[in-house]
Design a protein around this ligand. Structure first.
Ligand code: UD1
Length: 432
């Protein structure tokens, strides 16, 4: 198993190109199940979750064609996939895939809408909480499906097809909003989704579905009105930039000091993150295709309190990274996680690097220290892993991060991007 070795204490200077958003690309790829025609997606990130989802879609009978391609900026990262679901040959999404990647469960709504049946594994427990599927199931049942839970699978039937319905979510859920949007696009009649998630990845999905001929109103709001169509058609679409990768590298500059330009991205996607980074003492200059982030290494980082919220609030996927930044600050910070229970798995690992953090229920009290020091640590989930990378970049001495397959699920060429800006970071093969 690979590890990542970092020798910390080097400020970052240079340019980092941001990849396409994993969390947008996954539902966009699933949307290919809704049509017999080809859906082509550009600016796909090179990360393990994308490959795993392609495998799942191929199992359902989708023909996939993957091409490397330039992104128009003279660089060669980013690739395109063409997905053609001419015939769905299998409506089972197996445990072996869905347990590793929860987004695989998103095939439930589209398969039901197109084929009238689906058997999809429950994702099971996960390092950041229980993550149930009740909102997906209740919503599809309101649209006329019958769903039984049998031996860890959601076994769903809608022999007469799905019908439009009025659905109000009692919790804001990105996945349930995406699943029901896709199902409603092929349902008979009008579906209204109330208290829908407003994350930019939802808007990206709506734009693709519209390009495929879907009738969806209310994008960017929490009330979506979908008038179902009998058929959707193919489309050619470019995946949005990864806002979490953008915020992560911005915080890397925050923790080490230096000046880095982030390109191929959009500042407006991370306004809530920019606000707290500015309060913490980072300087953010917006540019046409991203931003320039800087902090004088001599200027200390200030403590700022943060609470995670659904978009447009501060994202839960940026909570662990901010905790690393606060651990190296000159003050104190209260970080409250409201989206997932048990999303503080990084705390004991950050503590191994010298961080001073006390967890009380859903809040963590972080007292900053300038004394972070390298140590061997273990990655527990995607964002927790990258918080260890950030802390390692600031720590004195050597940090060895084990179980980096978590990082590879969501960050494209992380060590290359950071090394190009002066970080002393390497992948070590075969050590664990
Ligand atoms: C997506 C993102 C993930 C991010 C999360 C919140 C992808 C692939 N993943 O995950 O990176 O951290 O949004 O921004 O895009 N819930 C229920 N019942 C359900 C579904 C969800 O109670 O049926 C709860 C969850 O337990 C959680 C909250 O709703 O407390 C939000 O979860 P959700 O938005 O669904 O997260 P995901 O879509 O899984």
């Amino acid at each position: 198993m690979d590890s990542i070795r970092i020798r910390g204490g080097k400020p970052l200077y240079g340019k980092i190109e941001i990849s396409g958003a994993k969390n947008a690309a996954l539902p966009l790829m699933v949307a290919s199940l809704l049509t017999e025609e080809t859906v082509t997606l550009h600016n796909l990130p090179h990360v393990a979750d994308i490959t795993m989802l392609i495998n799942l879609l191929c199992q359902h009978g989708v023909k996939a064609h993957l091409n490397g391609e330039g992104n128009g900026n003279g660089n060669s990262n980013g690739r395109a996939v063409s997905l053609t679901a001419k015939e769905i040959t299998n409506t089972v999404a197996p445990y072996e895939i869905v347990r590793k990647m929860r987004a695989g469960a998103l095939v439930l709504g589209p398969l039901l809408a197109r084929e009238g049946k689906a058997k999809v594994s429950l994702p099971g427990g996960c390092a950041i909480g229980t993550r149930p599927m009740n909102l997906h199931v209740d919503g599809l049942e309101a649209m006329g499906a019958k769903i039984e839970i049998e031996a860890g699978y959601m076994v769903a039937h809608a022999p007469e097809g799905l019908k439009g319905a009025e659905i109000r979510f009692d919790t804001v859920s990105v996945g349930a909003t995406e699943d029901l949007l896709m199902a409603a696009a092929l349902a008979d009649g009008v579906t209204v989704l109330e208290n829908a998630a407003r994350e930019p990845e939802i808007t990206d999905l709506i734009h693709l579905l519209q390009a495929m001929g879907a009738d969806i109103k209310g994008e960017g709001t929490d009330r979506l009105v979908i008038t179902g169509k009998e058929k959707l058609h193919g489309a050619d679409y470019t995946v949005m930039p990864d806002r979490i990768e953008t915020g992560t590298y911005a915080m890397a500059v925050g923790i080490t000091g230096g000046k880095v330009e982030l390109t191929n991205t959009r500042a407006d996607l991370i306004e809530a993150v920019i606000e707290v980074m500015e309060e913490a003492g980072l300087t953010i200059e917006r540019t046409e295709d991203g931003m320039i982030v800087s902090r004088d290494p001599e200027t200390p980082i200030q403590g700022v309190d943060v609470q995670t919220q659904p978009y447009p609030g501060y994202p839960t996927d940026m909570q662990a990274q901010f905790m690393a930044l606060m651990a190296a600050s000159n003050g104190a910070s209260m970080i409250t996680e409201t989206i997932f229970e048990n999303r503080f798995m990084h705390v004991p690992e950050l503590s191994r690097l010298g961080a001073n953090i006390n967890v009380h229920g859903r809040s963590a009290m972080v007292r900053g220290t300038k004394e972070l020091a390298g140590a061997p640590v273990m990655a527990t989930d995607l964002r927790a892993s990258v918080s260890l990378v950030l802390a390692g970049l600031a720590a004195s001495g050597e940090t060895l991060i084990n179980r980096v397959y978590h990082l590879d699920r969501g960050y494209e060429r992380l060590e290359e991007k950071l090394a190009a800006c002066g970080a002393d970071i390497q992948r070590v093969q075969g050590e664990a």
